[in-house]
Design a protein around this ligand. Sequence first.
Ligand code: UD1
Length: 335
Amino acid sequence: MILLTGGAGYIGSHVAVALLDAGLDVVVLDNLSNSSPASLRRVQSICGRPVAFRQVDIRDEEAVYDALKTYGVTAVIHLAGLKAVGESNQQPLNYYDNNVLGSMRLLSAMQRAAVKTIVFSSSATVYGAPSYLPLNEEHALAPTNPYGRTKLFIEEMLRDLHAADGDWRIGVLRYFNPVGAHESGYIGENPLGIPNNLLPFIAQVAVGRREKLTVWGCDYPTPDGTGVRDFVHVCDLAAGHLRILKHLKAPGLLTVNLGTGEGSSVLQVIQTFEAVSGRAVPYEMGERRNGDVAVCYADPILAKNVMGWKSTRSLMQMCADHWRWQSRNPTGYSA
Ligand code: UD1
């Protein structure tokens, strides 16, 4: 039995499908602060198998411990956490509480229950501004905001735990920019309020929920002047979790990037989205967004060499799948 924290969220629901499709049993813990239980009902209908669910906050160590014991959990995939950069600047303590303290409580419960296999959802944001490209796992770690620092501190905690007790099996996945949705169109990203990230914003413009996109900066030293990112399909990302679980059959600590290794500009993404959706995505050029870098993309070779993972889906497919989800669920799970 695999325990998935944050399993009702965007990435969690896709990881749940990947695990169930691989024949594994899944129990989800989620406090539903930024997710909907409807996502899990849809996961069950995609896979035709049940998902156990408990509404639990990972800071509640006893509740986590009880779930680990009750379900006979053998490994944890830890995705629960707050993830908005801007909000983390306004509410740093809330971020340290949910993300860092939450992870500490989760790890304590795991230690007590003698469950010593964990996959942690980290982020390329731990690298901060790239001093070279592509970003490999050796790059210095210097996040530039509280959200990124919570990810770094949790990584450090895991490294300390592994140094203290060599029985632990720890996988750290540094995601680049997850986008897209399951090909069924049943599950996808469902941001509350105004989306911070590019793809959800574009999709809401295309479906008519918002008038136009603002492109944050058109004077970057990139081919078309707009920012360049490594967008990776959420189903490829989900497959990476399965891969690393298989790799963690022996004790150890593995940290890998999950990205495609290719950068796409904001304008390229808009054009691709327009082409696959057949909808116009009106946009205007705006100032640079505070804290953004010009270019960021992964060196994904370690994930390929060590655990045989590479991304398989194109930007076109990412946009097509994102659009299928958005057009069938214009208001997300609330419909
Ligand atoms: C952001 C976070 C990062 C987090 C990641 C995934 C920041 C600074 N970084 O990455 O920590 O791990 O999301 O959740 O927020 N863009 C627009 N208009 C928009 C939105 C975005 O032009 O309305 C541009 C951005 O300037 C950027 C690109 O699109 O060049 C991608 O932005 P976004 O989707 O927010 O991802 P990141 O900023 O790379």
